[in-house]
Ligand binder design. Sequence first.
Ligand SMILES: Cc1cc2nc3c(=O)[nH]c(=O)nc-3n(C[C@H](O)[C@H](O)[C@H](O)COP(=O)(O)O)c2cc1C
Length: 202
Amino acid sequence: MAGKVAVAITGASGAIYAVRTLAELLAREVHVELVVSDYGRRLLRDELGEDATIEKLMPYLSSKYGDKVNAGFLTIHSNRDLGATIASGSHNCSAMAIVPCSMKTLAGIAHGLSRNLVERAADVMLKERRRLVIVPRETPMSLPALRNMVLCAEAGAMIVPAMPAFYQQPASLDDLADFMAGKILSALGFEHDLYPAWTGKA
Ligand SMILES: Cc1cc2nc3c(=O)[nH]c(=O)nc-3n(C[C@H](O)[C@H](O)[C@H](O)COP(=O)(O)O)c2cc1C
């Protein structure tokens, strides 16, 4: 197994970015420790359909992205379980991505509230000086949201907004998801070929 990485899915639009990121981590033999907020569960279902509910996530990932996802290992934690492994700095989880991240969860992390496992695990990453990748999605953004991103960045998090680019000529939603998942993997410290490196020419 290639180490442990925490992934959180919260109630912002962009569930496709989450499943693409999960598939790539699992294909790299990562032990993914997943926590999904109540609205994260709703957005998974609303945006990706009944087959993508949390209970059916592994079959969904393997049917969409192939058997390679079975190289990894998925543990699903309850967002209410503040006694889960990833709630402690002594657990050897090296990095965390929150994808997508709602403005509510962003605020909770920015102010160190630890009201649930997503916020607590993020706080653990910050206090232990480990990689925390926050993928916020909202538009337009309020001044509190903008300030909360600055607070998180000052505390050491990497802010990777859900802003896919178009210079790679995306032809599908999956192309857009690949681009964002690639940015998230890079921020987590993984190599990937989800989009070609920029050569200077479009
Ligand atoms: C369909 C739908 C789409 C939403 N999209 C967003 C979004 O893109 N960004 C955001 O910050 N909140 C969004 N929300 C609101 C959050 O889900 C809401 O603030 C929720 O309390 C977030 O809780 P969580 O961070 O614990 O998941 C959306 C809600 C719904 C029902």
